[in-house]
Design a protein around this ligand. Structure first.
Ligand code: GDP
Ligand code: ZN
Length: 293
């Protein structure tokens, strides 16, 4: 028996890679009966019949599991946010960060298209950047037209499974192409890429980049807070997570309870206003979703 990682699933076959190569495998482990669907990203035990074919017998325990797109054991998300075209939105970034934190994934914030920045915008972006760095997040600046910026991204992809995530048109495919030109992924001018259905029929595949893997399909195509409870939301904000024990009430939601250490920190300017506003907005969004069910 051998171990490997599923790097692609297509037409009933699982493509399992390990140091001996890629094996085209069928499932054989009563998966349907056991209600297990092997996913791209899974570590599996398999039996090789020969040097190219085999059977998947067992799926090892998952660290996490994304639903859209379906992929297991993602360790890192490169959150791509263009500084221009479309312009930077901290609301959307915070939404992505919540989803990433809730799935126990390490984020890297990648601010793309910096070649389009003028001085005023650049100063603005730098201010935002400092705030996120202070929260403990890694931030990199990239432009596909500045080779040295691509090189700053490269080390982050080593020895782990990453997904690129971010709105359509921010430059995810372009970055992947810059990292591995032979991929030749399709990129689209903004006006066209905003149309529907761009990612609908794509299957996920893990592609080797820098001794690690990157999913060729953007992660977090849905940001609907599904599976995230309002009560756990503050744990997805590092600056709140570190303060919850100082609130007077256990289970404080930091919305209107007295003696709330989080709201105190906002008042003192220790937590950025906009981060707290986004928290309140997401909190309300989750609550109102619940009411609808
Ligand atoms: P995706 O939808 O996130 O995969 O975005 P694409 O990679 O398809 O890029 C969308 C558009 O942005 C394309 O027209 C790219 O040429 C353009 N683009 C991507 N990266 C950069 C960059 O670093 N600088 C500039 N100026 N344009 C970029
Ligand atoms: Zn509180």
């Amino acid at each position: 028996m051998a171990q490997g990682r599923i790097v692609k699933a297509l037409s009933g076959f699982y493509y399992v890679e390990n140091e001996d190569g890629i094996f085209q495998c069928r499932g054989r482990g009563n998966f349907r009966k056991r209600k297990i669907t092997p996913l791209v990203g899974d570590t599996v035990e398999f039996e090789a019949e020969n040097k190219t074919d085999g059977y998947v017998l067992e799926v090892m325990e998952r660290k996490n599991e994304l639903i859209r797109p379906p992929i297991a054991n993602v360790e890192q998300a490169i959150l791509v946010f263009s500084t221009e075209e479309p312009s930077f939105s901290s609301l959307l970034l915070d939404k992505f960060l919540v989803h990433v934190e809730a799935n126990d994934i390490e984020p890297v914030i990648c601010l793309s298209k910096i070649d389009l920045l003028d001085e005023v915008k650049e100063a603005e972006i730098q201010r935002a950047e400092k705030i996120y760095q202070k929260l403990g997040y890694e931030v990199v600046n990239t432009s596909i037209y500045l080779e040295e910026t691509i090189e700053t991204l490269r080390p982050y992809l080593k020895d782990r499974v990453s997904v690129f995530a971010g709105q359509s048109g921010v430059g995810k495919s372009s970055l992947l192409n810059a990292l591995r030109p032979e991929l030749n992924l399709e990129t689209k001018p903004i006006s066209k890429s905003l149309g529907r259905g761009k990612h609908t029929t794509r299957h996920v595949e893990l592609i080797p980049v820098e001794s690690g893997y990157v999913a060729d399909t953007p992660g977090f195509s849905s940001l609907d807070f599904h599976g995230i409870e309002a009560e756990e939301l503050s744990y997805c904000f590092p600056e709140m997570r570190s303060r919850v024990n100082d609130c007077k009430f256990r289970g404080c939601t930091h919305i209107n309870e007295p003696s709330c250490s989080v709201r105190e920190a906002v008042k003192e300017g220790e937590i950025a206003d906009f981060r707290y506003e986004h928290y309140s907005q997401f909190f309300e969004e989750i609550k109102s979703q619940k009411r609808r069910y």
